[in-house]
Design a protein. Sequence first.
Length: 177
Amino acid sequence: MPVHSTAFRPIEDAALCRNPFRIFTSLLRLELIENVALRERAAEILSHRNIFTPRCLELIDLHESEGHFTDAQAHEFVHEALETFRWHRHATVDQETYLALSNEHRLIADVVCFPGCHINHLTPRTLDIDRVQELMPKYGIEPKILIEGPPRREVPVLLRQTSFKALEEPVLFAGET
């Protein structure tokens, strides 16, 4: 997989109550894409993309120069920053390019071919991922087939995760309406 990933997550009940979310960050490693033409195409596509809105970048510059936000600016910044994570139905490439990148690895296409960042999946809020995997079907949720990551350990240092199966989202490719 052509990514480098790391995760930060709660590992105790108190931490889970205070901050139920985990941050799992993946960096696409273009040099790990074996097909040279696809690697160069991906780099070219990404060179034209900025996942932040122009206003979000203006507000970042403002905060860096002023050292703070007013309440109104803080609210506007949160609004603009949230746009980074919004689902985009419109790909920035044609279907042929998307399929070529997807055939190399689905994650490459999902990261490269859309205007925003790629949200891979939502992971349940829990300290017992095995129990969640067991319970999801009882609630009518189809989980991934396997828990991802290493086997269960006495010390929960390594990331183990599951999620429900991804929804198929309709995509419009460049030039389609």
